[in-house]
Ligand binder design. Sequence first.
Ligand code: SF4
Length: 342
Amino acid sequence: MNKPFYALDKGELAKLLQEWGEPGFRLEQVLEQAYALRRHGFSEAHNLPKALRARLEESHPLRTGRIASKAVSRDGETVKFLLRLADGESVETVIIGAPSRRSVCISSQVGCDLGCRFCASTIGGKRRDLGMHEILEQFAAAQSISEERITHVVLMGMGEPLLNYANVVKALRVLTGRFGFGLSHRRVTLSTIGVVEGMRMLANEPLRVNLAVSLHAPNQELRKHIVPSAERWKFDDILAAAAHYQERTGRQVTMEYCLIDGFNDSAGHARMLGRRLKGTGFAVNLIPYNPVAGLEWKRPRRDRVRRFRDALAALGVPATVRREKGADISAACGQLRRRIDG
Ligand code: SF4
């Protein structure tokens, strides 16, 4: 099978067009059309010659997956869809609207084998990594069904992006490239469970995207209970890699902390976390847990969330609480796929 279009790099495309006898200026034209808003296929690229459109569509299609299922939240702001891939696997993608932005949350693997105890994506393990084109297709599919322009990308869906490093980095280059989707690096965030070597490699890429780390506990001991990969990538090593990323890229790293009722949400946990993060310059994002059917964990009451945030603030560590979006459509990652594909 030929490579899908989004799996071709610029050099490969240039060579292909040359082999097809196309003039030199065609490369930019094709790239421009491929990454234009709401493009479903080359048949819509009317400023390309008809024969070329047909040939590209036939041999290197823009889309290899299709939207198999879609759910829209009651307020219309959150749209979650399941992208059915060419081999029958599926991934979840979520569009999240806010007054001044429209973000898309993208998956990097089909499932995940890291086994975080609160996560729906890991039930059933990892099926496979996503190709670069499948990561990009999620963005393109989201843009095609969104009335407004997608302004931000977060790699925070199913899977651990830094364990699919090569494909993710190639996709990030296209998302942020001039001959690509052209997003500002500042508007792209990669979220990791703390793959230390991947964080250090990413710091050396000329990408400078935002980095978020799923910390979820104030220390190594507690973290091990819900994040099995903590045995492999230790708490202190993760914080050191995050500090390195921050220093190297100039981007403030965000620590994501999922607040789970009665597990990691006490004022004592907040003080422990605050003391550990004080002076690091990291931002903290508190995420009240979105319950998953079949898992034991619960969301804390609002007053516990406020108390946690205030205890951090008292130690000089400012934290934001993530606004709950799309709870009525099971917006936590992995839940739609579970419901549809079982
Ligand atoms: S939270 Fe992320 S790393 Fe952990 S199991 Fe879920 S998808 Fe994998």
